[in-house]
Design a protein around this ligand. Structure first.
Ligand code: F0G
Length: 462
């Protein structure tokens, strides 16, 4: 089954074979739970959550084929048959020659950064991601944002807000010199910008720019299939190309990749580092045995590698992606129609609420997006995530808070998990909370962890 630009119905290309029952909680339960969690939705117990839109990571529903693959796990320490199946699938669909499995995306980021980033280096990228930037910093590098300005404006309708601004790249070269730039980190469907795609034309231009300067392109391909869907829908010359073809082309334009398989590929855990360069592969194999496991499992069970191989093939089906992004757009369109300020255009994996616009009375120093996320949980048990100043953390040199222009709450949709009726419940709850926004109070940290503070930080009401 194929879907084209003209199809408006995004109905799921699957039916439901097994269900997981949800617990219904009372308002009193939820007030108690959020206080106990220090107003941090990461610290809630999952059993206290009704609709879980915290993340799309590791929370997708696997298909019957993936589950059947789990039964075919070859749990040999070395040379598992599932590794070779996974390796061939990655080569066939994503073009990269060498694959080093890791337990998840950040395992790949760690190995990549240790190999390529030296003390005093600069790593430009199309907006930061939390774990990616931290690994660059731990290796002695400094992240430089080179995404187009439109990406920092939630109202901009630019169709490819993930694009790179070449004037910013040129300025970095002029300021520090090419020797200090080990690679350009380019994400497809930029998470922190609101799930916004990069265009094929922009990536092609980056290829030319990087060849000229002899700088590598490393691809954060966590949501590459969602990016391919937007290219098919929006970019001239791609409407008759399949998502699988576009995904392959995107990967082919880059030299190496880090992958969190927990997103696009719909497995509960796993990731990999991939590259074309032989000597880079050799170095990665040396490090993977230190941090992850043997180079033929790297922290993954055989059954998980099998499920991943099958998940990759499912993730690039046009009908799957049409339904996937269709559901996100359904939610976003309904919220927008009800007057809720969201990041435009609607992204691939999530709808992002603009907390600055919704809570103008809370200064960014009092973490408005964190407060809005907590209020949403209290209203109807819907769990979402802060993606603003708390996630941005502190500058590793000055210790000052990063103050991102985007102060967002992310309503992230797990793949193949929730129904249209669940989306309607979410819309009602968000609208109720937005109507009562004036009563929401800002927050202060009561505990701030050193690294990735958003995961375990605790707060109290101002
Ligand atoms: N890169 C991107 C763009 C991501 O979104 C994530 C994870 C990672 C790398 C790290 O991968 O979690 O497998 O170690 N994002 C999750 C999220 C956590 O909720 O957005 P990981």
């Amino acid at each position: 089954m194929n879907t084209r630009k003209t199809d408006t119905v995004w109905a799921e290309p699957y039916k439901i074979k097994m269900v997981e029952l949800l617990k219904v909680t009372t308002l009193e339960d939820r007030k108690r739970a959020i206080k106990g969690a220090g107003y941090n939705t990461f610290l809630l117990k999952s059993e206290d959550v009704y609709i879980d839109l915290l993340t799309d990571s590791g929370v997708g529903a696997m298909s019957d084929r993936q589950w059947a693959g789990m039964m075919m796990g070859d749990e040999a320490y070395a040379g598992s048959a599932n590794f070779y199946h996974m390796e061939k699938t990655i080569q066939d669909y994503y073009s990269y020659k060498h694959i080093v499995p890791t337990h998840q995306g950040r395992g790949a980021e760690n190995i990549l950064s240790q190999i390529l980033v030296k003390d005093g280096d600069y790593v430009p990228g199309n907006m930061y991601f939390t774990t990616t930037r931290l690994h660059q910093e731990l290796a002695g590098g400094t992240f430089i944002d080179v995404i187009i300005d439109e990406a920092h404006d939630p109202a901009s309708q630019h169709p490819f807000k993930g694009n790179i601004d070449f004037a910013k790249l040129d300025k970095l070269v002029a300021d520090v010199g090419v020797e200090k730039i080990p690679y350009v980190c380019v994400a497809t469907c930029v998470n922190m910008a609101g799930g916004q795609p990069i265009s094929m034309a922009n990536l092609k231009e980056l290829r030319v720019w990087c060849d000229k300067h002899k700088i590598r392109i490393v691809h954060d391909m966590t949501r590459v299939a969602e990016n391919a869907y937007f290219i098919q829908q929006r970019e001239e010359g791609y409407s008759d190309k399949s998502i699988a073809e576009i995904v392959y082309q995107l990967c082919e334009l880059t030299d190496a990749a880090t992958m969190s398989s927990k997103k696009d590929a719909m497995v509960n855990t796993g990731g990999f580092l991939a590259m074309n360069d032989e000597s880079f592969y050799e170095k990665a194999c040396n490090l993977v045995v230190v941090y992850e496991g043997l180079h033929t499992y790297g922290g993954m069970a055989g059954r998980d590698m099998e499920a991943l191989a099958i998940g990759i093939t499912e993730s690039v089906q046009d009908a799957h992606m049409h339904a996937r992004v269709g559901q996100v757009e359904y939610l976003g369109n309904k919220l927008r129609a009800r007057g809720v300020t969201i990041v435009e255009p609607i992204g691939g994996h999530a709808v992002f609420l603009d907390a600055r616009a919704i809570l103008p009375h809370i200064p960014q120093e009092q973490y408005p997006a964190q407060a809005l996320a907590a209020a949403l949980y209290v209203d109807a048990g819907i769990r979402v995530m802060e993606r603003g100043v708390v996630s941005a953390g502190r500058n590793s040199e000055t210790g000052e808070n990063h103050m991102p222009k985007l102060e967002l709450v992310r309503l992230t949709l797990p793949r193949r998990v929730y129904t249209q009726a669940h989306m309607d419940v979410v819309v009602e709850s968000v609208c109720r909370v937005v109507e009562q926004a004036a009563s929401i109070k800002g927050l202060n940290f009561t505990y701030e962890p050193e690294y990735l503070r958003f995961f375990r930080g605790r707060f109290e009401e101002v």
